[in-house]
Ligand binder design. Structure first.
Ligand SMILES: Nc1ncnc2c1ncn2[C@@H]1O[C@H](COP(=O)(O)OP(=O)(O)OP(=O)(O)O)[C@@H](O)[C@H]1O
Ligand SMILES: [Mg+2]
Length: 463
């Protein structure tokens, strides 16, 4: 960085200007000089400098004027002021106006070298920070919740309503609907965003270990507890703790968790004293927790503590209008990930995706698209890249492009008819008479078409 750094030297005193110019060139800088405020302003406005070294007093103004230019048009430039006299007043004014440091004349070469090195180090750090911040923004965007459907708008409203409160939130929904994503969004939008977000899957950890995971333990409290260990509640202090699959929590642990919520303090396993914690709990469940309460498997008092507000997530089938947006989001994501150009989706392929039922919800769609992106050759994503499960699901496609090669009308009409009959069969729960009614034809006619299209061997949805 130092080798290529660019410096602007401003001093009306010729000898000083020359001295600094020689010094900085020797140090490997690219040097530009100016001898008054006006020409220095022009340089600053039209060029990029890492460093500005300026005299305080000049015939047409002061170094402070240049600080204002820097602030307005080149914030990244680090400024060092040179004051002729040890007038701390003007030096202080300069620092207040954003100068990084000042040196007083006369100064030694080592002195200026040191100040400059420190200044550039600071600049490097600042730009590194900036890079990290923008990377983080990208990361956060990667965690973006996609969907513009009205059911998702409701979810966004819920999230912003609760984000800045300490309310414990229960996110409910089927597998793959985005519960963890929503939990993170609540944290990211809250005033705890710069504090830890700690997640644990209560269903994935054996009961005897879960307690010590959550609350920590003291050395010797059980075999294997070879040292004191902080629990996740402490790790999440001042931040958020995400308890995934909360419905899996055993009865004894439910009691312990309830106590923590009441006391706002935890006790490590084997410990004798309480430690207070300030944690926002976000829980998730893919079971109906109220039903678990009804069945006596989940404590009602805990349920109400955890579920001050519930955010129910829709299944993907309940928000099909979001599928195209999700698909393009995932195509972009996975193409980037494997360094492939983004391919467009053929209309037929999107049609298939639109009608599939997605028992695995968004996660399933994500996997389908990931696979399709990886498998696709040529200049578009076609149904050839889809797994059998969705191909078996007959879609209803209303559009057809007739190209130079022509089409097979008989085939297209048959396919269309097959799709519609398939749809009617699904809608009727495979009751053929009802399906015939839904299509507005007689049962005889239905049966005839059914056999003609070879559907009689395959009249049940296969997924
Ligand atoms: N609305 C959405 N927009 C973009 N991606 C989503 C959305 N919903 C879910 N996903 C993606 O789908 C995958 C599953 O989401 P997530 O893990 O949040 O679901 P979940 O409800 O916690 O599932 P499970 O119950 O199986 O744990 C993740 O990769 C997530 O990024
Ligand atoms: Mg999850």
């Amino acid at each position: 960085m130092t080798a290529k750094a660019r410096v602007l030297i401003v001093d009306d005193e010729r000898s000083m200007q020359e001295f600094l110019e020689i010094f900085f060139r020797r140090e490997g800088y690219e040097v530009t000089t100016a001898s008054d405020v006006a020409s220095a302003t022009l340089c600053l406005e039209n060029d990029d400098f890492d460093l500005l070294i300026s005299d305080m007093q000049m015939p047409d103004g002061s170094g402070l004027d240049l600080l204002r230019v820097v602030r307005a048009s080149c914030e990244d430039t680090v400024t060092i002021m040179i004051t002729a006299f040890a007038t701390t007043d003007s030096a202080i004014a300069a620092m207040k106006d954003g100068a990084y440091d000042y040196i007083t004349k006369p100064f030694k070469v080592d002195e200026i070298r040191l100040v400059v090195e420190k200044a550039l180090e600071k600049k490097l750090l600042a730009s590194e920070n900036q890079r990290l911040r923008s990377e983080l923004r990208v990361q956060k965007r990667k965690r973006q919740i996609i969907g513009t459907s009205s059911v998702m708008q409701r979810v966004y409203d819920f999230i912003s309503q609760v984000a800045d409160t300490r309310i414990n939130v229960l996110v409910s929904g089927a597998s793959g609907t985005g519960k963890e994503l929503v939990a993170r969004a609540i944290h990211d939008q809250s005033d705890r965003a710069d504090k830890p977000f700690v997640a644990i899957n209560c269903g994935a950890i054996p009961e005897n270990l879960l307690e010590s995971e959550l609350f920590g333990h003291v050395r010797g409290s059980f075999t294997g507890a070879v040292s004191n260990k902080e629990g996740l509640f402490e790790a999440a202090d001042n931040g958020s703790l995400f308890l995934d699959e909360i419905g899996e929590l055993s009865m004894p642990l439910q009691v312990k968790l309830l106590r923590v919520l009441q006391e706002k303090s935890i006790r490590r396993v084997g410990g004798t004293s309480d430690r207070s914690v300030n944690v926002r709990l976000i829980s998730a469940t893919n079971r109906r927790l109220d039903e678990e309460v009804g069945a006596g498997r989940f404590r009602e008092d805990l349920f109400y503590r955890l579920n001050v507000m519930e955010i129910p997530l829709p299944t993907l089938a309940e928000r099909r209008e979001d599928i195209p947006l999700l698909v393009s989001h995932f195509v972009e994501k996975f193409s980037k990930e494997i360094g492939k150009a983004e391919l467009p989706l053929e209309a037929e392929a999107l049609d298939k995706l639109m009608v599939y039922d997605y028992p695995g919800n968004v996660r399933e769609l994500e996997n389908i698209v990931e696979r399709a992106v990886a498998l696709s050759r040529g200049d578009s994503i076609t149904i050839a890249a889809f797994p059998d499960t969705i191909l078996r699901r007959q879609g209803v496609s209303y559009s057809c492009q007739i190209t130079d090669k022509g089409v097979d009308l008989e085939d297209l009409v048959n396919n269309y008819e097959r799709s519609l009959i398939g749809e009617a069969m699904r809608a009727s729960g495979s009751v053929k008479k009802r399906a015939a009614q839904l299509l507005g034809i007689s049962f005889r006619s239905f049966r005839y078409r059914f056999e003609k299209l070879g559907l009689d061997h395959d009249d049940r949805p296969k997924y």
